[in-house]
Design a protein around this ligand. Structure first.
Ligand SMILES: NC(=O)C1=CN([C@@H]2O[C@H](COP(=O)(O)OP(=O)(O)OC[C@H]3O[C@@H](n4cnc5c(N)ncnc54)[C@H](OP(=O)(O)O)[C@@H]3O)[C@@H](O)[C@H]2O)C=CC1
Ligand SMILES: O=C(O)CCC(=O)C(=O)O
Length: 419
């Protein structure tokens, strides 16, 4: 069924779903309806490049379900985007929003493009064209987009402006992750990395790890990785290694994170920061440390790496960083406490929810309130997950997925076949 959702990332999301459906004893005839997205939209986005040529990019938006409210999830601009990956990410958004008890279904979008290959003018044209093509399928109560890999506040401002121009009025609540100057919320830019750090604090308490004397390694130094690095550094954690696509650095004495953040804000990437600490990017996930934070892309923690990893907490800041085979290894390595992605990185969508609520009400909150409400919601997700993992004798990932899936299924069963 639905051959369009191919590829290893969707295969992984499907298997995780089936494992959770078995644990919850969901009848076979109810499973396809929960697994396959409600709708998937493929769009063609032609733009004029600066040299006068016309180039066409392919884009997708997959809305997994709308049974609990509008579909919600980010849009990525990346050369690796395909419909299977976007669909898998939409499933994970569904379980994440339901785990956090947010009134949303799951969605994800993407355009297959290397954003670094575009000039600012071309990036704006592509962002606007993607939103233009999706106007018939989105809305503040239908589907609310947000940033992900390769997109940022500026791209969200272009999305919002394009939708608003079509509507003939300013509709700030159509996307989240916007600049504060045009309806964004304070604290959204930092929310995912800040939330990742909060779950690490809670995990450290669970395993009696003194964070102020601990070490961490972080893969990915974009929105999520750099904020998590900064927050962990502020807690006294020694950051031993970091990487992005362009460079990896390792310093057993600890890297100067504020200085590196300053460097990246001026140069865009890590490349060129230091020649002394340069290291092999493929080796950083297996450096001995207390906290390992994959904050880049899917499927980087393979079976081989899972066998070699020497950390006490694996904080999945990225979506889907751990393969099924690696999960099987971790089932035999209970000394590694895994904070599953749908819990670990849920601070982003939680503060997106606050942004949407504030836009709908046109009443804005202080940053203190945003942070404390985010932590409260994430604490509930964290403690529910840990408790249910112990009760059901399953992994933290399965406990979190089951909690999300249970909520989505309950809404679908209560409402009937339509949603
Ligand atoms: N932004 C958000 O609010 C949320 C993001 N996430 C997830 O977090 C992850 C990171 O997203 P985000 O920070 O927003 O994206 P960004 O585009 O801001 O950053 C991605 C980072 O990962 C790096 N990277 C990409 N591929 C590799 C690789 N193979 N090895 C090492 N580094 C790599 C990029 O390097 P370079 O710049 O050199 O390409 C960049 O530093 C994704 O999985 C995303 O889905 C989850 C929840 C919310
Ligand atoms: O902020 C959002 O709405 C979604 C963020 C996202 O894409 C994610 O959590 O993976």
């Amino acid at each position: 069924m639905f051959d369009i959702y191919g590829g290893p990332v969707f295969g992984m999301a499907r298997q995780q779903f089936l494992q959770a459906a078995d644990i919850l004893e969901i009848p076979t005839d109810q499973r396809d309806r929960l697994l396959y997205p409600k709708r998937a939209i493929a769009v063609t986005c032609p733009i004029h490049r600066d040299d006068g040529s016309t180039v066409v990019y392919e884009g997708y938006r997959v809305q997994h379900h709308l049974s609990l409210g509008p579909a919600k999830g980010g849009v990525r601009f990346s050369p690796h985007v395909d419909i299977g990956e976007v669909a898998a990410l939409s499933l994970w958004m569904s379980w994440k929003c339901a785990l956090m008890n947010l009134p949303y279904g799951g969605a994800k979008g993407g355009v297959r493009v290397d954003p670094y290959s575009l000039s600012p003018k071309e990036l704006e044209a592509l962002s606007r064209r993607f939103m233009q093509e999706l106007i018939p399928f989105v809305g503040p109560h239908v589907d609310v987009m947000a940033p992900d890999i390769g997109t940022n506040e500026q791209v969200m401002a272009w999305f919002m402006d394009t939708y608003s121009n079509d509507a003939g009025q300013t509709v700030t609540e159509i996307v989240t992750g916007k600049p504060v100057s045009c309806g964004g919320t304070v604290g959204r830019r930092e929310a995912t990395g800040r939330g990742v750090t909060h779950t690490i604090v809670r995990a450290a308490e669970e395993i009696n790890l003194n964070l102020a004397q601990s070490t961490a390694v972080i893969q990915g130094f974009g929105n999520v990785g750099s904020v998590a690095a900064n927050e962990l550094h502020a807690l006294g954690v020694k950051i031993l290694a970091i990487s992005d696509h362009t460079a990896a650095y390792h310093d057993p004495k600890g890297l100067n994170i504020p200085e590196i953040i300053d460097y990246v804000s001026k140069h865009g990437v890590l490349k060129g920061y230091s020649s002394e600490c340069l290291t092999d990017p493929n080796a950083i996930l297996t450096i001995k440390c207390d906290v390992l934070v994959p904050a880049a892309v899917e499927r980087v923690i393979t079976e081989e790496i899972a066998n070699k990893i020497e950390c006490r907490i694996l904080a999945e800041a990225a979506n889907g960083p751990t393969t099924l085979e690696a999960d099987a290894v971790f089932a035999k390595r209970p000394e590694v406490f895994i904070i599953p992605d749908i819990l670990c990185n849920s601070g982003g969508v939680t503060v997106s929810y606050f942004e949407w609520v504030q836009d709908l009400q046109q009443f804005f909150w202080e940053e203190e309130e945003i942070i404390s409400r985010m932590k409260k919601i994430m604490d509930k997700g964290f403690y529910d997950t840990v408790k249910s993992a112990k009760e059901l004798k399953v992994s933290n990932r399965m406990a979190a997925t089951c909690a999300g899936l249970r909520r989505v299924n309950a809404a679908k069963q209560a409402r009937g076949l339509f949603p």
